[in-house]
Design a protein around this ligand. Sequence first.
Ligand SMILES: [Zn+2]
Ligand SMILES: [Zn+2]
Length: 265
Amino acid sequence: MTEMHFSIQFVGTGNAWSKPPINYNTNAVVSFLGHTWLIDCGLLCPLGLCDMGLSQSLIEGVFISHLHGDHVSGLEELLYTNFFAFQRRIDLWLPEGLLRSHSDYEGSDIWDNCLRASMETSIHGHKEFLTLDDYANIHILSPENPIPVYGLQCEIFHVEHVPMRPSYGLILDNRIAYTSDCSFSRKRIEKLLNRGIETIFHEVTFTPAMPHNIHTSFEELTSLPREVAERMILMHYGDMASLEDFKKAEDLGFRIAKRAMVYEF
Ligand SMILES: [Zn+2]
Ligand SMILES: [Zn+2]
């Protein structure tokens, strides 16, 4: 099988509390065969794109991993801008758990529980309210059904993050995994590597682990052997993460994702 060449560029590598110019939310631009799309579109994503010199008109679609603001709250602006200014619908790649019509999760529908209050508006002269379908071409992803995103094979996998709330990671071209937010699971990491994933973009927090942590602390990652660490690139760290924290991680073999850096695969 011919390998696809694609790139991932981080709009930000920070967490939900990150503030520019230190960092922006962990959201990434994927480029493949002339197509450009986002993995998550958090609150700071529109600003982050602007500060990187990237117009929102370049973004053809968005994959959403879960419904925390640092991953979804920029979507309103992106959809509005595309709908009203560019007069087009972008593609929206949604895991089934984020749609009430496709899952049993209560309170986790991206439209009803997230966007509707602001975006269910009517256009002048029309009586009907706009729906999510008016703003976007919706593509539904399930873990059992990998689908091509503009020709790049993509597959979602469940991750544990907030109890009783759906969260997903993404596998691109069967080679690269992107966990988005998740609690630590050695089993999940080993499963991904055992199936042939070359590199895992994995979340990390450098503050000490708390009981019932919904994120992955660096302390937990230190239990992994070096050969595993060398295949992981860490993202979603707080603005207080220091050069010393990064060095500790790099000494163990991890790489640290940096804002605006382009990763080629
Ligand atoms: Zn989250
Ligand atoms: Zn997050």
